[in-house]
Design a protein around this ligand. Sequence first.
Ligand SMILES: [Zn+2]
Length: 484
Amino acid sequence: MDLVSAPSGESSSLKNPVLEVASADVSKAGTATENIAAAKGEVSQSEYETDSDGSGDEWETQSLYEDAIQVLRDEQLREGVPDACTLDEAVAYRKRLHEIGKAAFVEETLGQDTVTAKKLCTAFGILPPAFLDDAPDEAFHPLLAIAISREFSRRPKLPQYNTIDDAVRLLKECKNIVVLTGAGISTSLGIPDFRSKDTGLYSQLAHLGLSDPQEVFDIQVFREDPSIFFSIAKDILPTEKKFSPTHAFIRLLQDKGKLLTNYTQNIDNIEANAGVLPENIVQCHGSFATATCVKCQRKVMGDEIFDEIKKGVIPQCTSCPTIFAEDSGVKRKRNSNGVHRSRKDNDGDSSDDDYEIPTAGVMKPDITFFGEDLPDEFGHRLLHHDRDRVDLVIVIGTSLKVAPVAEVPGVLPRTVPQLYISRTPVSHTEFDIDLLGDCDVVVSELCRRAGWELKHEMIPADEKVEVLPVEGYESRHVFKVVGA
Ligand SMILES: [Zn+2]
């Protein structure tokens, strides 16, 4: 039985280009569909390719599973589902899987005939499809492989961290904090979340004739017509040297020697305004801080092209023409035994490249477009610098829907506590403590309770914040300003 041979895929997936998580609706249908989608790649290799007997119906089978997978929620298990595990049984199986790993778990269950694959699927929230009702138990193995892979990649919440006091204590005690940030930490400065489809920026793009506003950040579109990007670039260009209280909070962690790495999905480079040191930041989607010539790869500081961007002009490389001139000079010299010949003197042999009129390359800001690889530093730092050091993860102002940044919490050790600070909770990843509200308000209140001084002109000196529990969730809290 080959249920567990698939590679974990962790590190390789970190090299993927920026992709939206394919799940249709993360907030509603929940976690199952997207995780199954993620797991399926692995399963299709182990189950359908290596295990193939050449019958040729693998594709059909796979697509049937895809359509037939039904999510079984814990509430349903609690109420009781015919032929399914009880909720207690399910919890015990999940715990056991995480304890002993995939191979040993399969050996201990199916290998010892202690439970059927059909029933075991239900322990991991998958209801076997009706068309398999009379099938032999082996028919449920591919489904179980999906279920196990999905469960195994899910990080279980640590039960010992729940309250605000727990969060404050973690802040004070931890020394190597990974902070993962998104657009939510810059919105209080009026900077639009340009990747989100709800913003005004995207609605301005209709006149550019794009079928999907995200095409502005599509590398193919940029190569074909850079003017589309530069027509809106001035609107997202960071100009003022301002930063939000949340940026100040990250700087405060740095000052206290607690900031291991700030992975930011933002391209506004505002962390630098707050004084966060470059060596403590990974700009996961690049930034405007530098720009690179698409032709000769020359890199310049971003502000060298800011004036042109602000004017809506396409910035051109100033080195390209020089390089082309030098190149052709060398060739002419070599081709004519040291005798200089100008273009006009040439005998007209058009096969030689150096008679094309050289054009300068476009200077592209080093933000990561859709379809481009993430900066190498991202996966390398995560796996070789942070993974063995991190003692606390704080995710702020991002719904973590964009891969591979979304995978960071899952790649770090499961025993490391994870805090979530944002306006709305996410359901596709489970954090230990959810601190909901305006992230500037949440961090300022956390600092207040920690006895830390977080100075920022946007935080009123006498700000009072009320923290309310969310009914039904032990570890979810809402922060509200109750008067200043
Ligand atoms: Zn160039």
